[in-house]
Design a protein around this ligand. Structure first.
Ligand code: ADP
Length: 695
């Protein structure tokens, strides 16, 4: 057999053996080990070493070697080897590798190359390099250390080449496999971290803390050496550092804006809103050195509503130190920071609003009390505490107002609150001796909103007016009686003709109306001055029957019917009988007056656990919503073609309302123009009223 043929056979055998030995190995490390071991078995040599190419850093890193080095420290140093293949210049070794050409180098040729250190570690006088490449993709390099005296023969080179031809495919697959596994575990790791970060961020609203967390995690995940987070001011185009790690405090000072000249890459990112990875800062014109030995930079903008509000920057002392993976991760951090900034801003705004509201509530003179549906205090402002003579430094939230105040009047008012199912207006004297006008708004989702305004001055003026009115009415009564007497005398002593008699009748009617007005005015004044009620258990049905009896003739004159629809079994109520009669005589009288002939009046009751509502319903002329708002006002009379011939003073309903309220009741009206009206008087039942009555 020719030598040539023999060599070819040897190469084939080696390739076959390589395929057998390597095909079952999927993981990188065992594959590399098998390859170096096999190489030393097939070829007479001292040692085989494999360095692998790191795609991101373009550097050769330790892969495997055989046989092991006896010196432990050299072994460790070998495993840590890291050879940059960037900017190779005249480096013969790197040039060979970068050109993917196998070749031998002796000590002289190795001197000064980046491989010199490695050859010293393994004690090699000469080495033979075999770049491991597949379709121009450089996977690494196999370094053979031949026996000192002889290099590698062409035959041996041929054998190695045929082994490597097979091996690179397996290497390629193993690298791919490792990468996939790594990516998978990285994304699981990433997801775990992000979950942890979310949990941490959920616990805080403090912005500086949020930034700190984000920056710390960015550092940890990317293995960066330094980090900073700057807030961007887009008007002045400055970044103000709020958090930093690793920089000299004198160079980066938190709180001091960094302008265009020093803002560098981070400021560029802030302006463009685009994240950037700079693999080699030496090649970036905008790079501004803030720390020694920085090689790579990564900056990611933090956005809120599409506006850059901050930039997170990371720096590494490793050339090409950041990967796309790092960028994606820091991006997700930046998104979270954006949300956290939003939350913090919302929180601050809400707090500010609340403080503003609290300040307003504290400083307004009006009393504001908010009670829940169980009448517990939700809010009681400063003025309320002062007016009710309560210590102002105590928080009354959650307590019942009736337990907190001393005044019997105030207690009674709040005890009767459930009677007010609708919005209502009242007057009340508070422990500070001043009189308040109260507006109550029923809000089922909250409870009661109560606003009280001090109307003491207004009341005083009104009292003066009332007194004046009472005096004048009283003083008018006397001359009116004298005039009335003389009129009677005149009628008795003279024989008037028909015309004069008509004049006399008109005078008579005028005297009657005037007397009515004066009586109403005096009654009003008495009620306003504070009515003393003589309370007793009253059968309301009896009272109503008496009222109907009194007005029966009037109704008959207009051919009207009055129906009383009250059960005999109704419980007595606690009231002042003459005053109660006055209330219903007024209401039934009005129903007769404002209902045309043949009309119908119905009186009935709604009985609730604590209250009774007596309704006086007619099918008369009705009242428009605008007039309904005023019919209980003093001297208010509806002006229309239907009412113009009906006599009245406009005081009746005002008196009725005062009397109902004196009984701690409420009155209202539901009416429809042209259809009729129902006046509803809601009164507390006996027991309740008895307890509620102040001692
Ligand atoms: P007056 O002396 O005018 O009756 P009131 O105070 O009793 O005064 O009533 C005020 C106004 O309310 C009346 O002028 C009338 O227009 C209206 N009003 C009262 N009761 C009724 C009713 N049952 N139906 C229609 N309108 C009424």
């Amino acid at each position: 057999m020719s030598v040539q043929l023999e060599h070819e056979l040897e190469q084939l055998r080696a390739a076959h053996q390589a395929a057998l030995r390597l095909s079952s190995l999927l993981e990188m490390d065992p594959l590399l080990y098998e390859l170096v071991m096999m190489t030393t078995e097939v070829i007479p040599c001292q040692r085989a070493v494999i360095l692998l190419m790191d795609k991101y850093s373009a550097a050769l890193e330790y892969g495997s070697h055989y046989p092991p080095l006896t010196d432990r420290s050299k072994q460790t140093a070998l495993e840590m080897i890291f050879i940059n293949t960037f900017n190779a210049g005249r480096d013969a070794a790197i040039q060979l590798i970068n050109r993917r050409r196998p070749g031998g180098l002796n000590t002289e040729q190795l001197a000064g190359t980046r491989l010199e250190m490695l050859t010293r570690l393994i004690g090699a006088q000469q080495v033979h390099l075999f770049p491991l490449a597949i379709q121009n993709d450089l996977l690494g390099v196999l370094i053979i250390q031949p026996h000192d005296d002889d290099g590698l023969s062409d035959n041996l080179v041929g054998i190695i080449n045929s082994i490597l031809e097979i091996a690179v495919r397996y290497l390629y697959n193993a690298r791919h496999h490792t990468q996939t596994v790594q990516e998978l575990s990285t994304s699981v790791y990433e997801m775990n971290i992000l979950q942890q970060i979310d949990a941490e961020l959920n616990d805080t609203i403090e912005l500086s803390y949020v930034f700190r967390i984000i920056m710390d995690w960015a550092l940890r995940f990317t293995n960066a050496d330094l980090a900073s987070l700057g807030l961007f001011d887009d008007v002045h185009e400055t970044l103000t550092i709020t958090a930093q790690y690793g920089y000299d405090d004198k160079i980066i000072q938190p709180g001091i804006p960094v302008g265009k000249e020093r803002g560098s890459i981070a400021l560029r990112v802030a302006r463009s809103g685009q994240a950037e990875i700079i693999p080699d800062v030496a090649l970036d014109r905008d790079y501004y050195e803030l720390a020694n030995g920085i090689r790579a930079h990564l900056s990611v903008p933090i956005l809120r509503e599409e506006q850059v509000i901050a930039v997170l920057s990371l720096e590494s002392r490793k050339l090409n130190g950041f990967t796309d993976n790092h960028l994606n991760f820091v991006h997700s951090l930046a998104r979270r920071a954006g949300v956290a900034v939003d939350n913090a801003r919302l929180f601050t705004e809400t707090r500010r609003e609340r403080e503003k509201l609290a300040l307003i509530l504290r400083n307004i003179a009006d009393i504001v009390v908010v009670l829940d549906n169980e009448q517990r205090i939700i809010l009681l402002n400063y003025s309320a505490a002062i007016a009710m003579r309560l210590p102002t430094e105590i928080d009354y939230t959650g307590r019942r107002l009736t337990d907190v105040v001393d005044s019997a009047k105030v207690k009674l008012f709040f005890q009767n609150l459930p009677l007010h199912d609708h919005d209502a207006k009242e007057e009340l004297e508070l422990p500070n001796g001043r009189t308040y006008h109260i507006s109550m708004t029923r809000q089922r989702s909250i409870g009661w909103l109560i606003v009280m305004q001090d109307i003491t001055q207004f009341k005083e003026a009104e009292n003066v007016k009332n007194e004046l009115m009472a005096t004048v009415s009283h003083d008018l009564k006397q001359p009116l009686s004298v005039m009335r007497g003389y009129l009677d005398l005149l009628q008795m002593t003279n024989d008037f003709d028909e015309r004069s008699r008509r004049y006399m009748e008109s005078l008579d009617y005028a005297f009657y109306t005037m007397r009515q007005l004066i009586d109403d005015l005096l009654d009003m004044a008495r009620i306003e001055a504070g009515l003393e009620l003589d309370l007793e258990a009253v059968n309301i049905k009896m009272i109503l029957m008496a009222c109907i009896e009194l007005l029966q003739q009037q109704a008959k004159n207009k051919a009207q019917t009055i129906k009383l629809d009250i059960p005999d079994t109704m419980l007595p109520i606690y009231a002042d009988p003459p005053r109660l009669r006055q209330i219903f005589t007024n209401l039934i009288g009005n129903a007769i007056k404002y209902t045309p002939p043949q009309g119908e009046i119905r009186i009935y009751a709604h009985i609730q656990p604590d209250t009774v509502t007596i309704c006086v319903q007619d099918n008369g002329i009705g009242i428009t919503p605008e007039d309904q708002a005023h019919v209980f006002d003093r001297f208010y009379r509806v002006r229309s073609s239907e009412t113009e011939r009906i006599e009245g003073t406009g005081l009746g309903l005002a008196i009725v309302k005062s009397l109902v309220e004196a009984h701690t009741g409420v009155i209202d009206v539901v009416s429809q123009k042209g259809k009729g009206s129902t006046f509803r008087v809601k009164l507390p039942l006996t027991l309740k009223a008895k307890q509620a009555q102040p001692a």
